[in-house]
Design a binder for this molecule. Sequence first.
Ligand code: ABC
Ligand code: CA
Length: 475
Amino acid sequence: LDDAGMRSRSVYQLITDRFARPSSATSTCNASDRKYCGGTWSAIADKLDYISGMGYDTVWISPVVENIGGTTGLGEAYHGYWTLDINNLNSNFGTADDLKSLSTKLHDKNMYLMVDVVVNHVAATAGSSFTPDANYAPFDTSADYHSFCWIQDYTNQTQVEVCWLGDDQVALVDINTNSDEIKSTWNNWIKSLVSNYTLDAVRIDTVKHVQMDFWPNFTSSAGVFNQGEVLNGDASYNALYQKDGNVNPFNYPAYYPLTRAFNQTSGDLASLVTMASTIKSSFEDPTLLGNFLNNHDNPRFESTVTDTSLIKNAHAYPFVTDGIPYGYYGSEAGFTGGNDPDNREPLWTANYDTSSDMYKFFASLNAVRKAAGSASSDFYTNQMSVSSLSDSSILVVKGPLVSVLSNSGSSASDASVTVPSSSSNWSANTKVIDAISCESLTTDGSGNLAVTVKSGLPRVFIADSSKGSSVCSNS
Ligand code: ABC
Ligand code: CA
């Protein structure tokens, strides 16, 4: 499968309204108010060094099209998912020139722009009695929509595809994506959006809510890499969208066992190991999945877990495994927001601090992944192996990148484990570097590595000869 250059990248996800705003803005932003807080595309463009300083080279911004205005029972459309007119931009975030300029400034820094797109629905406050008008053009007649029904049974695929998301406060009116005319409207639209703003990738919303036969032409019309949201923890269900839809799903199958593996010192590592092999056997290409720990729809991991070592191990997993790593803005600032809307905090309150422990931690993870990619030409396409190492640790081997992840927690005493040469493929007396602690270790005469897990921290090794020395060059 063609990756349009995305496999070697890592993505920083932000909500435009909450990432950065003009320096003149002073009003208070409470995420719980669900109101616009003043973030703009131009303000993002002024903060690219903050993002690239962590090693991210792609930015995923929230949806850009015009949304319903005013307030609703669920607040304002600050997140961008409440589409009104697909041919206008959301003026709260700036002008077309501002968005083009963001794209240009990213490209000047060899960074990619990924835009979030919603094809499943528009939004309306009239609930089930919605009748479209010219404001919703090109979807301005009743025939452009599936007739009203709320999705009630998420296991009924027909209902998931043709009924409506949302509720009486904000109905997400389901577009008739079965119509040939509407399919071609969307295919032309995505082609123009990609070309007008020189996009490098798209994030596709609500993929499972649109019938499969819509996706192959839409994704090929986009002509750039896509990552799609199939919000379901089942690997084989997600895999269908990659195989038949040409959509590369976010790794929701790994997400649920990942959180349960590291959310407590007695977390369930075994289910994560099992899921890793289920994923390998289910997907056409697991190396194109979108790996994440946090995002805008789920409570931040840090909302329920406070142990810094557990937090670091959980964040390391998306970076050392098969797939494209995604970091959600605010993880580097230690944000702890729970469910939507609390997980959409304004970042400016944290002052874009580049000296925090977590900021540097993400920089280390991105650096070691890049080092592995430049050391080994097939690093990004070769599949990992994940196995149990001890009661509280797992071993992840992906080419030259060898990680020991633990859930023993920061107050655990030192624990010894051995990385066998049969797993790492290291030969005798090989010098390796841990990108997290910057400690050097050497394998024994058989190539085995004796590792001490200290304070429950993750250990991410790369051989010195495999560009390892570049990883800790600043320390
Ligand atoms: C608003 C308020 C919220 C309030 C909510 C009811 O209404 O802001 O405070 O709680 C946008 C906005 C949201 C807004 C919604 C609705 O619109 O961002 O703030 O919430 O108005 C995507 C986006 C998401 C976006 C939309 C809509 C879709 O990422 O940000 O929301 O454009 C479903 C959809 C999924 C959607 C998600 C929010 O809802 O499928 O596309 N995300 C089950 C179902 C899923 C369902 C999920 C959550 O619950 O199967 O279909 O997602 O409701 C696993 C299972 C899964 C299961 C999970 C919970 O457990 O395998 O199947 O998911 O084990
Ligand atoms: Ca639908």
